[in-house]
Design a protein around this ligand. Structure first.
Ligand SMILES: C[S@@+](CC[C@H](N)C(=O)[O-])C[C@H]1O[C@@H](n2cnc3c(N)ncnc32)[C@H](O)[C@@H]1O
Length: 490
């Protein structure tokens, strides 16, 4: 199970004091675990657990949970009690929909490795006793028909390409023909595969509103379709999530490179489809171009106001490889005053890629640019502010590929936090995959890559906590896959 962006903490969250890691229950355990938490005999939804504590949600904030108060705790998983004992209230955090109460165990501990092992065993037992029929019972027939067509399509091309690849290897020793096979295959599959995916999306629409149907339908897809696409490095990484969360910087790098990759012709054709033609990936490049254009314009605005001493300050939150920054330097090369980029990502490896690419361009053109790279999470940014920078100082702030993982209240709070960092006259640009769309199927159903697609109105709604004086505009990027909320501070 993959981690949510809200639980990714960056370096600071991990440093200094050892504290057993808290893990979201829905990211840690299967749905079959059906946790049942009783606190003084009353049931509450479990939120996260660690070796020495847990937290749960209460719908109201008026119940009194005194810090230090001792409570009777019982936790059941898979219908079996895994903990019973006394716990004390350690935290009481109010949220938009109630409160989250953190408890520290006074006696014993939660044996997480053992709990995980049991969870896996239970899932195996269920698969062996119930078999597949029970799992696919809720999948609509129309969806099964669409998948059957898709499986035939993919298997047809896989079989054909595998055969011809072998023939080229064995008899022709023709490297050119071998290389060209992936390209010919991409040209052939591109159109029809796009249409089949749109058909799948149309059929899947009806599954989105019932959680049980949605999960069964996704599982059905992951059994039948996903394995057929795993020869494409993009799909393999998107599905397996080797860093523990979806949409990592390496996937973005695949999109920017837009090449044929993979060790079979079929894999190369499918990989190329997903980086070149799939709207969400195509949009990674066009949204980067949109940010680049905005950065150039905002820089001009700042220079126009004060040519002599102008310093242009830019923040990218969830920067990944920060391709806009290296592209900006490569294009502009030199400018009056200094440009200071503060690039923030919870992933150190992403910052390393961003640093190298931007440093290289700065070195090449002797540009007057300075890079602050911060390995931290937006969660810390909200609670502790932005290290090295004071409020009201940034001329251009953007976040692309991150808000589409954040629920509404979190996204609104984050935008308010970013607005505080913005200098008067400055601009914020927030990118988010758009709704409605006909391309969600492959991400959600094939790769289990959940994005919160937003409509134009929902994009505007993200600014609900900003002062009325903030000027709002929603734009689409060139691919049409992403909306941008633009916020100007007056
Ligand atoms: C989909 S990528 C987009 C990267 C880049 N903006 C781009 O468009 O190429 C999302 C990035 O957000 C980062 N990220 C995820 N959760 C984060 C968090 N809580 N705080 C800071 N960065 C985060 C990931 O590490 C990843 O590099």
């Amino acid at each position: 199970m993959s981690k949510s962006y809200e639980s990714l903490m960056g370096a600071v969250g991990r440093s200094v004091f050892f504290r057993p890691e808290r893990q979201r229950v829905r990211e840690l355990l299967s749905r079959d675990a059906r946790p049942k938490l009783l606190v003084d005999g009353k049931e509450y939804p479990l939120f996260d657990i660690s070796m020495n504590g847990l937290s749960f949600l209460t719908p109201t904030v008026d119940e009194s949970w005194e810090i230090g108060e001792a409570l009777d705790l019982s936790l059941m998983l898979h219908g079996e009690e895994v903990y019973r004992g006394i716990a004390r209230v350690a935290r009481n955090e109010k949220g938009p929909r109630g409160a989250r109460i953190g408890l520290g165990l006074s006696t014993g501990f939660l044996d997480l490795p053992e709990i995980l092992r049991k969870d896996d065993d239970k899932r195996l037992e269920r698969d062996l006793t119930q078999g597949p029929a029970e799992r696919s019972r809720l999948v609509p027939n129309a969806y099964k028909d669409a998948i059957s067509e898709i499986v035939y399509f993919l298997q047809f091309y896989r079989k054909s390409l595998d055969e011809h690849e072998l023939r080229f290897r064995q008899s022709l020793h023709d490297e050119g023909a071998l290389r060209g096979l992936g390209e010919r295959a991409y040209q052939a599959v591109c159109g029809p595969w796009g249409q089949l995916q749109e058909l799948a999306a149309e059929t899947a629409l009806g599954c989105l509103h019932d959680r049980d149907v949605l999960l069964s339908t996704k599982e059905f897809t992951e059994v039948l379709v996903t394995p057929l696409l795993m020869k494409a490095p993009f799909v393999k990484r998107a599905y397996e999530k080797p860093l523990g969360y979806p949409g990592d910087f390496q996937l973005m790098q695949y999109c920017y490179a837009n090449e044929y990759e993979g060790d079979t012709a079929f894999g190369r054709a499918i990989h190329k489809y997903y980086v070149d033609s799939y709207p969400l990936s195509q949009g990674v490049r066009t949204r980067k171009d949109l940010i680049l254009e905005l950065m150039v314009k905002e820089h001009r605005r700042v220079l126009d106001a004060d040519k002599e001493t102008a310093n242009f300050r830019v923040v990218s939150l969830g920067c990944g490889p920060a391709r806009e920054v290296s592209d900006f330097i490569a294009r502009q090369r030199s400018w009056p005053g200094q440009v200071v980029w503060t690039l923030i990502d919870q992933e150190e490896a992403a910052l390393s890629v961003a640093y190298q690419a931007s440093r290289r361009e700065i070195g090449k053109h002797q540009s007057n640019g300075h890079l602050n790279l911060l390995n931290l999470s937006f969660v810390q940014l909200l609670s502790e502010g932005l290290p090295l920078q004071t409020a009201g100082t940034q001329d251009f702030i953007f976040s692309v590929g991150m808000f589409d993982y954040l629920r509404e209240s979190r996204a609104k709070n984050l935008l308010r936090g970013l607005f505080e960092l913005l200098a008067p006259g400055g601009l914020i640009a927030i990118g988010n995959a758009r709704a409605p769309n006909s391309f969600f199927w492959a991400a959600e159903f094939v790769a289990d890559w959940t994005l919160l697609y937003r409509t134009e109105n929902e994009m505007v709604g993200l600014a609900a906590l900003l002062p009325e004086s903030a000027e709002l505009l929603v734009e689409s990027d060139e691919s049409g896959a992403y909306y941008f909320l633009l916020v100007r501070k007056h």
